[in-house]
Design a protein around this ligand. Sequence first.
Ligand code: HPA
Ligand code: ZN
Length: 339
Amino acid sequence: MTDTALETFVRGLPKAELHMHIEGSLEPELMFELAERNGVVLPFQSVDEIRAAYAFSNLQDFLDIYYQGAGVLLTAADFKDLALAYFRRLAADGGTHAEIFFDPQTHTDRGVAFGTVIEGLTAGMAQAQAELGVTAKLILCFLRHLDEAAAFATLEQAKPYLAQIAGVGLDSSEVGHPPAKFARVLQAARDLGLKVVAHAGEEGPPAYVWEAVDLIKVDRIDHGNRALEDDCLTARLVQDGVTLTVCPLSNLKLCGVSDLKHHPLKRMLKLGLKATVNSDDPAYFGGYLLENYLQTAQALDLTRDELATLARNSFTGSFLDDAEKARRLAGIDAYLASH
Ligand code: HPA
Ligand code: ZN
């Protein structure tokens, strides 16, 4: 396929995004606009200066600047604008469904009410569905560098909004904060009817992925790259059909891989792992969903069949109900039959 044929094919391919932190879709332009609207002083003079600061050598480097950027988000309107900007980009990329992470503790710790965050994000989701036909679900992430008590307090704050929340996850600094630290609060969330996911194996060792699977019994693994270091774990993930929400440009920008040509995505597919492609924090890592597909496809020579498998995995691994999954998969089949 030529580059343009590839882009046309992937853009048109119906696909879901399962790993995207909404605070990570805050573009520098919107950051400035919201800073001005809210009277927040940024330590940057220009959009270019912000972009120049986006040179990361590991996850923590990125997180420090990401939490700082989120400081401009104060009102429900801010969260709605943020969400809508993301959904517009997703729709332009041919994305039709998204399950987005949000980090309530980043906001409640600054005095923004939990309900304000939910109100804004759900307003953005409703408008995206009405105007763009894009569906979405919310996944509440606990910050794993904070303690279990803080996670329990956050789950308590979420209780009035459970109808708006599909699941919970674990994000932030992975190393030193294994899934086991949150086993009880994740079980409490599951008891409330929520799905459970966890970032594991992004920088953390295979042992963290084992914990996520065996102890937490996660519904998906976010990233999972380092699982490939353990053949037994890989076999287990294949056998259980565990979806991995892989984020190629994120892995490149946070130096998990030195070049996309060395990215494990193609190997994951060949091993039979249920890998998906996602953007993680697109405003910080240089590309939204389509760009992640295209750059990875070019670097790894992904075939048309592999691209279709990635799109299928994004729906089979989603939290849509079975009838809806079947409808979305039929949409992929119809697209492939005519393209
Ligand atoms: N990893 C962990 N925590 C995060 C990330 C990530 O890639 N993005 C936002 N929070
Ligand atoms: Zn992530």
